[in-house]
Design a protein around this ligand. Structure first.
Ligand SMILES: [Zn+2]
Length: 303
């Protein structure tokens, strides 16, 4: 069951809602009621827009009115079930792009006006950086996209150093596996590291967590990771949080941890040690919290 879940979660999925301001430099304002999205202050007149069909053989897709190159390649625009918005898709096979992608805020298909692009799904490993439009509500990103930024004033997304957070910088959603830094300091104030947020990064050796962090997940298969200190205040360690983190010599689980999910330390070797402040397994820890781990567990650790 667990393996199936892991497979299903092959892309990071982030759900938020829409709002914001324009990314397009063309018209500064007041584009009138351009249709969907106008309630957010984003209109087709003030944001990057794309119309299909574009010229055959033209590799660069540019904004209809400001002329900025949004991406090079071909994307799929799938109309939502309710026919009110588009889903931007790059599957990396039939539809692909290279390098940087600026997500258009609106798209005009056949026989209709512009509709907002509210979702984006990236499985294309050739995309190295992504600029989200301010009206995007949902994005699924594969781990090869090195830098994610957010244009304009999205109400629900924020980025810092190419790392994607919710607007309040409370939850860290996505840290690319392509980032080669050996050390990363999670910004102060962050409360949650989402499941799979750092997954598959093979460069990161040290993750510094601020005292504000309460929920920890996402280091799945970060095999270079050597040092992570869980602040006293962490309440939950998610399932799979440190699975495959075979570079860590030892970790200390502070007394504040009430919950640990299934297989949080899967794949750990007998040379690794889990020091636990609690004298025995707290009731909130999953029965399988330490499944598939050979690590030594030392209870009642006093530091
Ligand atoms: Zn534009």
């Amino acid at each position: 069951m667990k393996k199936i879940l892991s497979a299903v979660l092959s892309a990071l999925c982030v759900l938020t809602a829409a709002a914001g301001f324009a990314a397009c430099g063309k018209s500064g304002g007041n584009g009138g009621n351009g249709g969907n999205g106008a309630e957010n202050g984003i209109t087709p007149e003030t944001a990057h827009c794309v119309t299909q069909p574009r010229r055959p053989g033209d590799g660069a897709v540019v904004c209809d009115h400001c002329g900025v190159t949004l991406y090079t390649g071909e994307a799929e625009y799938e109309l939502s079930e309710n026919h009110r918005y588009y889903i931007f898709k790059l599957d990396g096979v039939e539809y692909s792009a290279e390098g940087k992608v600026i997500l258009p805020a609106f798209y005009k298909g056949r026989g209709e006006g512009y509709l907002p692009v509210l979702e984006a799904r990236f499985s294309d490993r050739n995309v190295t950086s992504l600029e989200l439009s301010p009206n995007v509500e949902y994005v699924a990103i594969n781990s090869a996209v090195e830098d994610v930024s957010v244009s304009g004033n999205s109400a629900f997304y924020e980025s810092a150093d190419g790392v994607l957070f919710d607007k309040q910088m409370s939850s860290l959603y996505y840290y690319s596996s392509a980032k080669t830094a050996e050390k990363y300091e999670v910004p102060a104030g962050t409360k949650e590291l989402e499941p799979r947020s750092f997954r598959e990064n093979k460069y990161l050796k040290e993750a510094v967590l601020p005292g504000s962090v309460e929920f920890v997940g996402g280091f799945t298969n970060c095999s270079a990771l050597e040092t992570v200190v869980l602040p006293d205040g962490v309440r939950e360690i998610y399932s799979d949080a440190f699975s495959g983190c075979t570079g860590i010599e030892s970790v200390v689980i502070p007394a504040s941890v009430e919950t640990i999910g299934y297989g949080a330390f899967e794949g750990w070797k007998s040379s690794q040690t889990i020091y636990v402040a609690a004298e025995e397994k707290p009731a909130g820890w999953d029965e399988g919290w330490n499944n598939y781990s050979e690590a030594a567990v030392v209870w009642g650790y006093k530091g």
